[in-house]
Design a protein around this ligand. Structure first.
Ligand code: LLP
Length: 439
């Protein structure tokens, strides 16, 4: 059980004080349910991790993990900053009333229209990914006669994923300026000479679902070492060091990430110690957590339907959603845990595999899940679906995206309506010629 999850006297799973079976009756399935209290707690933990240190900081929520108007409102309430990666994420943020000055714009192929939109909105910083963008940004800022804040995204040659991290001299990535081959220095020189660019600092993001601090510390150490070179060569010291996101969460019992604050503290200690040792001005430290803020706060509710038992092989049970609302199992082999929400107090007696309803064999949500004997009509609650579930949802097989509900203090709030059949064809146009020929 995570966050506010409990089981009530009827044996039903309760989130935010609300019986999940009642949510299903009210809103149907599949349904994304977010525990607002847990989102608040996660944000608070990141803030508290910074507090003991004599360092200025910004926490930018990575909105790619889950972006809707209500979520952005919540982030705004906490006075965080916001990371966006597209015109669409920027538009959502602005429509939710998020202060533009706290928005950071990422992406390895921003279009000229997106750059113009962001400049006109007056966003806080562009995280510039490549030389093409740097030139385009200078040109567009010049046209608008303003100076824009820039962080340069560096690839430090450290790639981290859960417990494993790899270090390479020359990182093979589509993102950022390579640290090892002089590209970063070229970019710094260009940015410092560009009259409409204010080079605020540097950024790196080393991966996702990271369980410890080693990779972060290594990347930070590599970048800090260059601060000394840049001071000598350009007389320039970055004011901001953004160490990215990627803090891991506990999807299943197998996952054992360090607590959020323990992932962050060694990074802060490394930065402070290095700057003190080398008499460098301590940079402002920015982070960009996405998954760690919303992942565990999301639960998806499905109705069970058909099942198929292949003796000696396995039993499949199907839900009324699948890779359309959670593509992570089929895309990454991601693992999840689940319970029968309307019988959450019953012991597990068999092992089943949970299939989605899409026309694709790979549409499996969970392999080998221990459950009480499942029956058609039961509600399956899949945990930890709050990050990259709704945000990566799609309409394969013309299946509509589920509704999204926030629950808090025994109240439920509809924050995204379920897509209807009408929504699915809203942008389709009939071909006039064909209509004519047939009539
Ligand atoms: N900052 C940058 C520059 C990023 O590229 C990302 C994620 C984040 C922050 C946030 O990372 P987080 O804290 O959420 O791990 N679709 C994949 C994850 C892709 C992450 C892409 N970048 C998934 O479902 O696991």
């Amino acid at each position: 059980m995570r966050g506010t999850q409990t089981i009530n006297e009827k044996g039903h799973l309760v989130i935010g004080g609300v019986d999940t079976t009642q949510l299903v009756e009210k809103y149907g399935t599949p349904l994304y349910v977010y525990d607002v209290d847990l989102i608040n707690q996660n944000i608070q933990r990141f803030k508290e991790a910074f507090e003991p240190y004599a360092v200025n900081w910004q926490i930018a929520y990575a909105s790619k993990a889950f972006s809707t108007l209500a979520m952005i409102q919540l982030v705004k309430e906490h006075e965080l900053s916001l990371d966006v990666v597209s015109g669409g994420e920027l538009y959502t943020a602005l429509k939710a009333g998020f202060p533009a000055s706290r928005i950071h714009f990422h992406g390895n192929n921003k279009s000229v229209e997106e750059i113009q939109m962001a400049i006109r909105a007056g966003i806080g910083a562009f995280v510039v990914d490549n030389f093409y963008e740097l030139a385009m940004l200078e040109e567009e800022a010049q046209k608008e006669e303003i100076v824009v804040n820039v962080l340069l995204r560096l690839t430090p040659g450290v790639e981290a994923h859960t417990h494993a991290y790899v270090t390479t001299g020359q990182e093979d990535s589509k993102f950022g300026f390579t640290l090892s081959n002089g590209d970063v220095e070229k970019a710094i020189q260009l940015a410092l000479n560009a009259p409409h660019i204010h080079l605020l600092g540097v950024h790196s993001h080393i991966g996702s679902q990271i369980f410890d601090a080693e990779g972060f510390v290594l990347a930070t150490t590599r970048i800090l070492a260059r601060f000394l070179d840049w001071k000598d060569t350009f007389g320039y010291t970055p004011k901001v060091l953004n160490v990215g996101g990627g803090f891991g969460i506990k999807y299943t019992e197998e996952d054992d990430p360090l607590p959020l604050e323990s992932q962050l503290r060694p990074v802060l200690e490394t930065i402070l110690a290095f700057c003190q040792e080398h008499s460098l001005q301590t940079p402002e430290v920015w982070i960009e957590p996405g998954r760690s803020i919303v992942g565990e706060a999301g639960t998806t509710l499905y109705k069970l339907g058909s099942s198929k038992t292949i003796p000696g092989v396995r039993k499949y049970v199907s839900v009324d959603g699948g890779m359309t609302d959670n593509i992570r199992p089929s895309l990454y082999g991601a693992k999840y845990e689940a319970v029968i929400a309307n019988r959450a107090d019953e012991p597990n007696v068999e092992t089943v595999s949970v299939a989605g309803k899409c026309c694709e064999s790979g549409d499996m949500l969970i392999w080998d899940l221990p459950l009480p004997t499942p029956a058609a009509g039961d509600v399956l609650a899949v945990f930890c679906t709050g990050a990259y579930g709704y945000s990566m949802a799609n309409n394969y097989n013309r299946i509509g995206r589920p509704a999204v509900i926030f629950v808090e203090n025994e109240k439920d709030y509809l924050v995204v309506e379920r897509e209807t059949y009408e929504d699915l064809i809203k942008k389709d146009l009939l071909m006039p010629e064909m209509v004519k020929q047939r009539s």
